[in-house]
Design a protein around this ligand. Sequence first.
Ligand SMILES: NC(=O)c1ccc[n+]([C@@H]2O[C@H](COP(=O)([O-])OP(=O)(O)OC[C@H]3O[C@@H](n4cnc5c(N)ncnc54)[C@H](O)[C@@H]3O)[C@@H](O)[C@H]2O)c1
Length: 439
Amino acid sequence: MARISVFGIGYVGVVAAACLAKDGHEVIAVDIDPGKVDAINQGRAPIVEKGLDAIIATTVASGKLRATLDINEAIANTEVSFVCVGTPSAPDGSVGLTYVTKACEAIGVAIAAKGTFHSVVVRSTIVPGSMDTVCIPALEAASGLVAGKDFGVGYYPEFLRESTAIEDYYDPGLIVFGAIDERTDAVLHELNAGLPCPCHSVPLATAEMIKYTSNSWRAVKVTFANEIGNIAKACGVDGQQVMKILCSDLKVNISPYFMRPGFAFGGSCLPKDVRALRHLASEKHVESALLDAVLEANEAQIDRAETMVSQMGGQSIGMVGISFKTGTDDLRESPLANLASRLIAKGYDLKIYDPFVHQAYAEGMTGAGRGNDTEIDLKNRLVGDLGDLMDNSDVILVGNHYAEAMPVLDQSSDKIPMVDLLRIRPDIRSSGSYQGICW
Ligand SMILES: NC(=O)c1ccc[n+]([C@@H]2O[C@H](COP(=O)([O-])OP(=O)(O)OC[C@H]3O[C@@H](n4cnc5c(N)ncnc54)[C@H](O)[C@@H]3O)[C@@H](O)[C@H]2O)c1
C-alpha cells in the first residue's frame, strides 16, 4: 500500500483521495481552503457526489484518510503526490496554469526539505507541453533538484464524469499516464493494477493530448447529436431514435473506423451527403454549424497537403494513389484527385501510380462515370511501374496503400523527399525531407 498526498480537494481530488483510501492506501488530502479540510476531517464530503459521503466517513474513521493545510507535513509523510488543482480558462481561452504552477512551487520547496525521493504526479487537465515547460521547471526551480533523478514526475489525466465519479473510478473507460522515471511509472502501474482496463504508459505530452482529445471528442459528440436532433425535428423525425439506432452500429459508426488521423474524406457518398443534409437544414431554417465546419475542415486538409508539397521545393511529383481510397478505382470526389488537379494547375509535372485506376484506363473504362470529370489528363499521367515513378520524381506524394509499394516507399523515405498522407509505417514520424501530414 502507498502513502499518497492529494493536492486539491475539488471534484477530482476528493474522489481520488476517498477511493485511494478505500482501497487501503494512506491518504492525506491538501487544500488551501480550510472549509474543505475541515469537512474531510469531520468525515464529510465537501461536494455532492453519489456514494462519496459514505466512503469519506468510513476512511476518515479508520484513519486511512485525513486532510491538512500543511504542505510540508503532507509531503514528509507520503511518497507520492497527486496534483488535482483547478485549471480554469484564462480570458483568452488558454489553459489557466496559475494554480498548478503555485502547487508545483510549494511541492518543490517541500520535497527539497524532505530530502528523500518523492514522486509528483499531475492530474489536472493541462495542454500538451505544460509538464515540460511549466510544471517540471517550477518543481526544479523551487526544489533545486533534478526531475527524473532526485524526484519523480508523472502526468496522469482524470476522465471521471461528475455524478458517476466513483463508478468511473472503479470502472474507467481509459487509463493513460506518462512518467519520466521508472519509480513513478511503477507506482502508477501498481495503483491501477486491479482495475478492469489496460494501462497505457506514454510520453507526458501524449497523455496531456489524450485528455484534450477525449474532452473535445465528447463535446463534438454532444454537438453532433444536438444538430442531428434539430434537423430531424424540423423534418418531423424523432432525432433521439435516429441517434440510438445509429449508435447500434458498433462496426463502423461507434468504432475506431474513420478515427485515424490522415488525409481528407471523399468518394461518391460522404461529401455529397453532408452537402445535402446541410442544404436540407438551411431549407428548414435550422443551423448546421458543425456540418458546415466539417466540409470546411475537410477542404483545409487538402490545402494543408498542397502546402506541404509546395514546401518540398521539387518540380516533378510522383503520386502514389489517386482513387478516393485504397482498394477501389473510384475517382468520384477523390481528395487525391482534387489535390492532383491543384498541383497540375500550379505547374507541377505530376505522374501517378495507381494500379486500379491504371487498369481501368488500360481497359478503356474511363470518363465521367468513374468520377474523373476531365479536369486531369489522367491517361497520360498514369504510370504502371512504381520504380519509374520513384526514379523520376523530385517528391513522392503517398496517398493510398498498395502492398507492393510499401517496402519500396519505406526504403526511400530517407532518400527521396516524401509527403505522406497515409503513413507508410506505423512508427514513422516527420523528420527532414520526410513529412507526414499529421505525424
Ligand atoms: N470536474 C471534473 O469532472 C473533472 C474531470 C476530469 C478532470 N478535471 C480536471 O481536474 C482538475 C481539477 O478539477 P476540479 O473540478 O476538481 O477543480 P475544483 O476547482 O473543484 O478543485 C480544485 C481544488 O484545488 C484547490 N487548490 C487550488 N490551489 C491549491 C494549492 N496550491 N494547493 C492545494 N489545493 C489547491 C482549490 O481550493 C480547490 O479545492 C482541472 O484541471 C479539471 O479540468 C475535472
